[in-house]
Design a protein. Structure first.
Length: 417
């Protein structure tokens, strides 16, 4: 691992809303925040007035909160629908079990429950992607990762590893970290299967882990001021340093723009050049022990939410800023050259290959349509070469359409006997 020590350079302060305390007034310890949009939040914590746990819900940015039945570690895949672990007694002589309970009415009730394996282990981590939920357990108890599909109707094992920090860079490609056996894993099919990308030579104490593209990744070492950066897909890592004694979390918006919470000093840092330089964002925090970043975006602004998950007191603060105030001369996404596609052989007797060449990582979708516009076939682009078998189609002319982040590519093909 290369050493790269950076001296912080302070940009002029950007226009920024002050840090706003949006915590429920009755909330106490043990808080866990879920942000589903810039104004829709769930917060599970101890209720000081009721003397018990409560799930708080706000749909107006935290100006007011409804107090609902407590659930631990909830996860939501849209504003109204989500899951949590429900506790069931099996019998006096058998182990208690846990099922996956579901709501679709903003946590007002949890009428449905689903069997899951293992049925006696508490969840360590939930992650959501495209309506699917990924569940991991304590790696020392059950070393597996589950995927919940179809709103809970199908629960499948997708890895014989506990994959932490699961996240996706597009519909298909995602990453996870096996902290027990020290490996970086990747999926190219939306999380249905995972393959080892890189075995790590040492057990670094990872506190955060995020790929922003197939080449660029960032990680935070726990209880330190060290951020790791890879520009070759996780194969090797350089060291970045911030002038802080302790960083507790990081979050990156793209390859260049990222944020880091510091506890000493109590500030939020940001970078807009991939970690080469860092600056303070906004004023000093009005409290200490803000240890987790959540974020969401719209076309004009970024919204940051800072919390103290599982802490002894409730600390929730939020702020927002306009992209135009900070991302000067930096596009929201890297400026990419359009990919070039070719489809061969053409004519074909059935086997067809779509080749992707260009500077964009090859990702997107392939569609085959008949001349009436009906979709006959579709699949994700999985790499440079993508083979398809259309021999079962009737002979004639078809349209191959490719949709990626830069646009649409179309070509006619002829299927012959």
């Amino acid at each position: 691992m290369k050493k790269l020590v950076l001296i912080i350079f302070l940009y002029p302060f950007v226009t920024f809303s002050q840090w706003i305390n949006f915590a429920p007034s009755s909330a106490g310890s043990g808080g866990f925040l879920v942000v589903t949009s810039k104004t829709n939040y769930y917060y599970s914590a101890y209720n000081l007035q009721l003397g018990k746990g409560t799930l708080y819900y706000s749909n107006n940015g935290g100006f007011s909160w409804a107090e609902l039945k407590y659930v631990g570690l909830p996860v939501f895949y849209n504003d109204s629908s989500g899951f949590h672990d429900a506790f069931f007694k099996k019998s006096p002589t058998k182990k208690n079990i846990l099922k996956l309970a579901r709501t679709s009415n903003y946590a007002n009730s949890w009428p449905d429950s689903f069997e899951r394996f293992p049925d006696t282990a508490y969840v360590h981590e939930h992650k959501v992607h495209k309506g699917n939920v990924f569940i991991t357990f304590d790696k020392n108890v059950y070393d597996i990762t589950l995927m919940v599909k179809n709103s809970g109707e199908k629960i499948m094992k997708v890895a014989d590893k506990t994959l932490n920090f699961i996240h996706f860079i597009n519909d298909s490609i995602g990453y996870g970290l096996d902290q027990k056996n020290f490996g970086i894993y990747k999926t190219i099919n939306g999380g249905q299967s995972w393959n080892l990308v890189k075995s790590l030579t040492s057990n670094w104490p990872w506190g955060a882990f995020q790929f922003t593209s197939q080449d660029t990744a960032y990680a935070l070492l726990k209880s330190s001021n060290i951020i790791l950066k890879s520009t070759n897909g996780g194969l090797s890592w350089d060291t970045l340093k911030i002038q802080s004694n302790y960083l507790s979390d990081i979050e990156f918006y793209n390859n260049n723009v990222g944020f880091a919470i510091s506890e000493q000093p109590n500030r939020l840092f940001f970078t807009k050049d991939g970690g080469n330089t860092w600056a303070f964002l906004g004023e000093e925090f009005p409290t200490n022990n803000l240890r987790a970043i959540s974020s969401c975006f719209d076309k004009d602004s970024i919204y940051l939410f800072l919390s103290f998950p599982g802490g002894g007191v409730t600390r929730l603060f939020k702020g927002s800023f306009a992209f135009k105030d900070i991302l000067t001369d930096i596009p929201e996404k890297p400026d990419l050259t359009k990919n070039k596609y070719s489809c061969y052989p053409n004519p074909t007797t059935g086997l067809l290959n779509l080749r992707c060449e260009g500077e964009i990582p090859c990702s997107g979708k392939i569609y085959i349509l008949n001349l009436q516009g009906q979709m006959m076939y579709r699949q994700h682009i999985l790499g440079v070469d993508n083979e398809m078998d259309i021999s079962q189609f009737s002979r004639g002319v078809y349209i191959v359409k490719v949709v990626d982040e830069k646009g649409v590519w179309v070509e006619k093909i002829l299927l012959t006997p």
